[in-house]
Design a protein around this ligand. Structure first.
Ligand code: ASP
Length: 380
């Protein structure tokens, strides 16, 4: 489902094309001074950015790249891309069909940053809107604020004409929530097939997630899960967006790193962009996306800047409940990083089976390996 270019976008694209084609000396004038850099356009995203198409033919990164290189504003292009994942019920971590909270309600977080316009917007704990990234963009474009939450965010969306739905669960996300309820509260949510031993195991707090992972009820990616997508066009304009249903079964009202500027996303048009997926609390404590962009500002390559952020997170992880048997962080955290030259990297606390990040260039979309900081798995 590739959104058609609207008239404004078409005209903007055409104007850009004309400007590029205009012979500088045809009227005896000096060639225009280039005020912006020229880079090879690229869009990067978390792995789900090249996995889902919502029944269409193009993934998020392919769609965003195609629009961006046809003259569409970079952020408009990225939002059109992540909308595909938000709307696709198959992605159980973002938008419609995302993971519900402990009450069984899907609460969504998102933010976006427009590098050239120095504009940002976000929403948190938003219920009933399938595409929170689009609401976040409206916060950036139409208000003086940066972040709207809960009922206020929903009222804002309603006023702008977004459809508000009673329930964003799919049958699948509801089934998963019920399974989680059965395992965490076996005394009230009965499962005729489950033995008492299973019930005991379910009562052991964090082990519930491990058990559900081990039983194949939920994947590591679904337990967390988010899409971050960043792009730079040929004129060096950089934007980014992050959107999520957040941590599965979270306490209602919990907001993670995704909608927080500097944590789930940070863009500086002269430097680059960084965004995240994974344990939001670990990222929030370290404001790692901001840290990464600042390290790139000081000259670091995206990969090195990302590794430094992961090391910072590891150093600040000291509570026993957050450490595995090797004394290492017992969670996953990944950063997707792009610099102003179009160089990019995906770095992760651990390499996992689904450890890939999505990239689209003029050669098309692909999944590339993430660079892990640590060996083994968070659960070893
Ligand atoms: N970072 C998100 C959060 O903590 C979740 C995720 O990426 O899986 O809300």
């Amino acid at each position: 489902m590739v959104p058609k270019l609207d008239r404004r976008q078409f005209v903007a694209g055409a104007a850009a094309g004309l400007a590029a084609a205009a012979p500088g000396s045809a009227f005896g004038r000096a060639p225009a001074i280039r005020t912006s850099r020229t880079v090879s356009p690229v869009v990067i995203a978390s792995g789900n950015g090249h996995r889902y198409t919502n029944g269409g033919t193009r993934t998020c990164v392919e769609t965003a790249f195609r629009l961006m290189t046809s003259g569409t504003d970079v952020l408009d292009a990225l939002i059109a891309g992540v909308n595909i994942v938000e709307l696709d019920p198959e992605d159980a971590s973002v938008g419609y069909g995302g993971r519900p909270n402990a009450d069984g309600v899907v609460q969504l977080d998102a933010c976006c940053m427009h590098g050239p316009k120095r504009r940002a917007g976000g929403v948190a704990a938003l219920e009933g809107v399938r595409t929170p990234s689009s609401v976040a963009q409206k916060v950036a474009d139409l208000t003086d604020h940066h972040l709207l939450v809960g009922a206020g965010a929903q009222r804002f969306a309603r006023q702008l004409g977004f459809a508000i739905e009673d329930d964003l669960n799919t049958d699948r996300s509801r089934r998963m929530w019920l399974e989680w309820k059965r395992r965490t509260d076996p005394g009230h949510y009965l499962d005729p097939d489950r033995t008492e031993a299973g019930g005991d195991a379910a009562a052991r707090g964090r082990d519930v997630d491990n058990a559900m992972l081990a039983d194949g009820v939920i994947t590591e990616e679904e337990l967390y899960g988010t899409i971050n997508c960043n792009g730079v066009n040929a004129a060096g304009e950089i934007c980014g967006v992050t959107t999520t249903s957040g941590l599965a079964w979270k306490i209602p009202g919990r907001v993670g790193d995704s909608p927080i500027l500097g944590a789930g996303l940070y863009v500086d048009n002269s430097v680059g962009a960084a965004g995240s997926t994974g344990r939001g609390e670990a990222n929030l404590y370290n404001l790692a996306s901001f840290l990464i962009v600042e390290r790139m500002r000081a000259g670091m390559h995206p990969k090195d800047a990302g590794m430094e952020a992961l090391r910072r997170v590891q150093a600040n992880t000291v509570e026993a409940r957050l450490l595995n048997s090797r004394g290492l962080p017992a969670f996953g955290l990944t950063f997707y990083i792009l610099d102003a030259e179009g160089r990019h990297a995906g770095v992760s606390m651990y390499a996992g089976e689904t450890s890939r990040y999505a990239v689209c260039t003029e050669n098309g979309g692909e999944l590339l390996p993430l660079e892990p900081l640590l060996d083994g798995s968070p659960r070893d």
